[in-house]
Design a binder for this molecule. Sequence first.
Ligand SMILES: Cc1cc2nc3c(=O)[nH]c(=O)nc-3n(C[C@H](O)[C@H](O)[C@H](O)COP(=O)(O)OP(=O)(O)OC[C@H]3O[C@@H](n4cnc5c(N)ncnc54)[C@H](O)[C@@H]3O)c2cc1C
Length: 300
Amino acid sequence: MSLVNSALSAILPLFPRWMSKPFAKPYVAGETIDEAILHIKTLNEKGFAVTTDILGEHVKTQDEAEHVTHSYIDLLHAIKAQNLDGHISIKPTHLGIDVSYDVVRDNLFRLLEAAKTTGSFVRIDMENSPYTDASIKLYLEAKLRFENVGPVIQAYLHRSPDDISRLNNGKLNVRICKGIYRETEAVAYQDSQTIQNQFVELVKEVFKGGGYPAIATHDIFIIDEIEDWIEQNQISNDRFEFQVLYGVPMSGKLTALLNKGFKVRQYVPFGNDWFDYSIRRLKENPKIITYVFKNMFKKD
Ligand SMILES: Cc1cc2nc3c(=O)[nH]c(=O)nc-3n(C[C@H](O)[C@H](O)[C@H](O)COP(=O)(O)OP(=O)(O)OC[C@H]3O[C@@H](n4cnc5c(N)ncnc54)[C@H](O)[C@@H]3O)c2cc1C
């Protein structure tokens, strides 16, 4: 299957945008802030919290990075104006880390000021391993000045237990996910069981350190393991949340989690960069093609 996936990911960029749109549509909440707001509202009405991401990454100029920052500030104000339960997720390379560290830090601080004013929160998404150190440094600097910020730690990285112990100071609000980028054996585990085990252990460590884990996965084995542990250890519902990507079918699991009184947050990407973004993701991780095809025939 991986050969087929690789071949498909090589030819998909040759498709015109209109032909590729049906593949991206279930996972992307439109192209504009207004469209995204409608999706967030609908999800809130169904009981879900939201984190929103403006699609894009690897901007090359300071102007572009500032433009992205202003779009996020507009988004924060739109969420506030509609009184929605939503915060934002940003990527360091989208806010200008490839331009310079100072550019990304200034843009992030500007966003955090706006998020503070609008009563919101900023999640710093984690990109591929060349950015891990700088993203953690960015988080630590931001956390000195702002409460409303949290990092992401990827369960597939060998370094992640050390990162969690370093960050776990009782005030940590961290998303734990498996990690989506293709990484070498030198930096990341490759087998799924080791990654599952490390994921569960990282979440437990966050709890033990008094932190707040955002458990971001569609893997039912991991969700069930953590649910059991939470029950055994009588962890209250306000100490964690589950997170999923918008549009990924979960065979009724999301409703079950909501019915248990757990917070479930959907990650909702939008923006006119959906085509390039989807293609880059597919090339990095052709496994996504299998998901897309599988999910086209599934219902939630
Ligand atoms: C809220 C959220 C935020 C994330 N943020 C980051 C981040 O900052 N950095 C990062 O590196 N990664 C991030 N990820 C991606 C994550 O690292 C994984 O690559 C992704 O979630 C797939 O892993 P899984 O735990 O769902 O398990 P898997 O075993 O990969 O997936 C379990 C099942 O879920 C379904 N599924 C999973 N992913 C998809 C998909 N994309 N499309 C369709 N179906 C799918 C499939 O049916 C699959 O069989 C995030 C994921 C979530 C849910």
